[in-house]
Structure formats: structure tokens, C-alpha cells
Design a protein around this ligand. Sequence first.
Ligand code: C5P
Length: 230
Amino acid sequence: MREERPIIALDFPSFDDVKDFLEHFPEDEKLYVKIGMEFFYAIGPEIVHYLKGLGHSIFLDLKLHDIPNTVRSAMSVLGTFGIDMVTVHAAGGVEMMSEAKKVLGNQAKLVAVTQLTSTSEEDMRDCQNIQTTVQESVVNYARKAKEAGLDGVVCSAQEVELIKAATAADFLCVTPGIRPAGSAIGDQKRVMTPQEAHQIGSDYIVVGRPIIQAANPWDAYHEIKKQWNS
Ligand code: C5P
């Protein structure tokens, strides 16, 4: 099921910056936000409880990767937070992913990170000793995530069609690297506009800088939301 709200990546250095950012939105505007590991490690579960208390939906992007027993225990804690989506690394293996899913149940959607977008084919061959293309490795990890019972994967919008063809149409594709036409690309390499992401079948888009660094974040958010739903 496609989520109509773009997920806003709250990539801010401090809790106060998050609070200032949220001031741009009316209180009754319920957002879907992404919290990453840096922020979570710095502030702790308090940030989740704060955002939840305001009625926002939360994607907790902690990218868990450890032995199945440890990930299961960690996930049993995260499951009590009232979050909406959380990540593990597919490289942790089918057993690890499946244990995480079992303990999380329907408390939140569980999606897997496949190959990080920062990993080049050369790195992958050299460091992970995976002798395929990055795309083949991404699709393989997506299949493993599906086999483990996960809800979907985080991927580049360019990979959505391949992943859905290899798994299922309802296997969720969460796509960062989204830029409205004409906005700064920054360090993202292969970007897509919100409309293109919709057309190729993304279920969620994750947008950071085009919203959080905009002169008027509310306007930027609504423009992106409009494009994503058009
Ligand atoms: O500012 P920008 O829109 O590029 O932010 C995208 C967000 O999605 C950031 O929080 C970034 O860490 C995250 N992300 C990504 N590429 C991935 C996975 C996560 O850009 N493959």
C-alpha cells in the first residue's frame, strides 16, 4: 500500500533543531518522519516518544545487523516503542531477518537494507567477495528478505521494478534519493523525481534536504507531497 505522505528524514544535529523544524507545521499536520542511528544514539528513545506523542508516524532506521539472538532481543525492545517501520541489514541472513520479523510481528513494518548506495561494485567485489553486479546482489538480498517474511526493502527507485518482479507486487519498496525537478542533488548520485517514483511503483519516498533545508519547509513538503500523489 502506497503511503501518501513523503517520509521526512530528520537529519538534524540536535533535538532543538527538530523542535524548531516542526514549528513550521500546524499541530494537526501528522507527518511521517525518519530517525537515523546518529540521532537515536545521541538522544535515545526519548526522541521516539516525543514524536509519537505529537502523533507523527516513525521510521526508525537503525539498520540492525548481528547474530539472530541479539537482533531478536533488540527488536523485542524496539517493538514496544510504537514505531511504524524499522530496518535490518539483509546481509545478516535469512535466519536473522526472520527472527526479527517473528518478534516484531505486526507492531511495525520490517524492511531490509540491501547494498548500501555508498557501496561501489568494486568495494562489493573486493570487500564482500560478491562477484556479481550490485543490482544482482540487491535483487538477491530482496529475495532473501521476502523469504524471511519481511515487508520490503529500502532501495533506489531505479531498482523498484526489478525487485517487485523478483518478489511480489506488494513487497514494499522504500526509496530515498528523491529530488523534485530543479532542486539541488547534493551527494545523491542517481535521483528520481517524486512523480517518477510514483510511476515506477515506489511505496514510500524518503526526502531529507529538499524539505529540511528549504526556506519554507511546509511549502516544500506540500509541493513534494503533491508531486508524489499526482
Ligand atoms: O537529504 P536526502 O533527501 O538525500 O536524504 C535522504 C535520506 O535517506 C538520508 O537520511 C539518507 O541517509 C537516507 N538514505 C539514502 N540512501 C540510502 C539509504 C538511506 O539516502 N540508500
